[in-house]
Design a protein around this ligand. Structure first.
Ligand SMILES: [Zn+2]
Length: 118
């Protein structure tokens, strides 16, 4: 189970992305994009995020996950395609020499902060 590690990474990234004038307590939403290749279970990730967020100061933060489909590009004929299964084979020329161009890794998309009252 690697979701715990990912939850920690999200909190680290959120802290780095936070402007100096803001505190982790001000964050209400953290939106991340997760590639489907990383086989993350969203419910598990949200559960673990909620379990560790208070110890990192992000007591109010809710995690939102956008799942990103996998997209590959063939190195032989440059066709872009979404693989149907675990075999990454080009549907145009049947080459197995492909590059994953989308659907891998974790991207911090957005932090939503509490509106500060004037
Ligand atoms: Zn091809």
């Amino acid at each position: 189970m690697h979701e715990m590690y990912i939850a920690e990474c999200i909190l680290d990234a959120a802290r780095r992305a936070l402007p100096e004038t803001c505190a982790p307590e001000d964050v209400t939403h953290v939106t991340v994009r997760v590639g489907m290749l990383d086989a993350v279970v969203p419910d598990t990730l949200i559960y673990l995020f909620n379990a560790v967020k208070c110890s990192r100061g992000f007591a109010q933060a809710n995690l939102e996950i956008e799942e990103e489909d996998v997209c590959c590009k063939c190195k032989s004929c440059s066709a872009a395609f979404s693989p149907k299964d675990a075999l990454f084979v080009c549907p145009t020329c049947f080459s197995s020499s492909v590059t994953v161009i989308r659907g891998r890794g974790l991207t911090l998309m957005e932090l939503t902060l509490n509106e500060l009252e004037a």
